[in-house]
Design a protein around this ligand. Structure first.
Ligand code: C2E
Ligand code: MG
Ligand code: MG
Ligand code: MG
Length: 287
């Protein structure tokens, strides 16, 4: 009887799996059409420079509005796009769209200094990545210094020589690099020495318990000190509360990003946000 049940269970399990696989398959086939059918769009999350008290950068984050399943988060479809190779075209679309938007904000004089764009491993590893970035910057007529590419350690771990060549070539042009999700992987300090990062982003998992966890606090304090020593900016991701903000200020963190300031928002909302933020500051200075 136990055997029977075990068998039934495993059958049940297989059915579950195949349903999940069917959903993945459906996502995969519809992802092919997502760009052509204008289903992808970007949200922008503002970053606040704590020294200047200004919104000086935005991180572009992609979203997919599926015709029947609704909005799908990048955590779900970026891995799929990586597996299928669709990340090459999606990544290029994201980069171009973000640069076009940044150009508009910069020309409007809102004081934006960088647009940050996430780059995944396969995208970075494609044959002509440097050319693609250069071509986009030229076609949009955006100066390279306005673009910051966010990469994770996984890019740095394999094929270090080639990776260094790509990062150095783009850095010489003026493009900036930031190390995303710092603290979650091996976080080898040699990466900071070997690659010319402009920014380190401390992963939100360390910010979450900052106020109660002494170890997280020590880690954040150390990373911020390290950043200063290496002449890199440090961004704290996922800042949700005033208490977290106060501690980060105490540690001399350069930049914060997270719900406390704003979750990722549309281009129209971002424009309003950056204008209102500057107006509020101005009003406060006047008294
Ligand atoms: P990430 O680059 O580390 O982005 C930060 C994520 O944290 C975003 O999730 C953002 O919405 C979320 N977040 C920001 N502030 C808070 C907060 O205060 N509380 C909480 N709970 N969450 C916060 P999102 O937009 O779902 O993106 C998830 C990941 O997907 C990104 O992590 C990034 O690795 C990837 N991704 C997003 N857009 C792109 C893209 O255009 N290209 C590539 N290659 N990857 C992308
Ligand atoms: Mg990021
Ligand atoms: Mg991150
Ligand atoms: Mg500071």
């Amino acid at each position: 009887r136990a055997k029977q049940m075990g068998k039934n269970n495993s059958q049940y399990y297989t059915t579950q799996l195949s349903e999940e696989q069917m959903l993945l398959f459906e996502l995969e086939t519809s992802l092919y059409d997502a760009i052509a059918h204008n289903q992808l769009y970007l949200n922008y999350q503002p970053q606040l420079n704590l020294d200047t008290n200004k919104i000086e950068s935005a991180e572009a984050l992609v979203r997919w509005k599926h015709p029947t399943l609704g909005v799908i988060s990048p955590g779900k479809f970026i891995p799929l796009a990586e597996e299928t190779g669709l990340i090459i075209s999606i990544g290029e679309w994201v980069l171009k769209t973000a640069c076009i938007q940044a150009k508009k904000w910069i020309e409007s004089g809102y004081g934006l200094k960088t647009i940050a764009v996430n780059i995944s491993v396969k995208q970075f590893r494609q044959e002509n990545f440097v050319e693609i970035v250069k071509n986009i910057l030229e076609s949009v007529n955006l100066e390279p210094k306005y673009l910051e590419l966010e990469v994770t350690e996984s890019i740095l771990m394999q094929d270090r020589g080639k990776t260094a060549l790509i990062i150095n070539e783009l850095s010489e042009l003026g493009v900036k690099f930031s190390l995303d999700d710092f603290g979650t992987g091996y976080s080898s300090l040699s990466y900071l020495k070997k690659f010319p990062f402009h920014t380190i982003k401390i992963d939100q998992s360390f910010i979450r318990d900052l106020t109660v966890n002494q170890q997280d606090r020590a880690l954040i304090d150390a990373v911020i000190t390290l950043g200063k020593g290496y002449n890199m900016q440090v961004v704290a991701e996922g800042v949700e509360t005033e208490a977290q903000l106060r501690l980060l200020e105490k540690f001399n963190c350069d930049i914060i990003q997270g719900r406390w300031l704003s979750m990722p928002i549309s281009d129209v909302e971002f424009t309003q946000f950056i204008i209102n933020f500057a107006l509020d500051n101005h009003a406060q200075k006047l008294g």
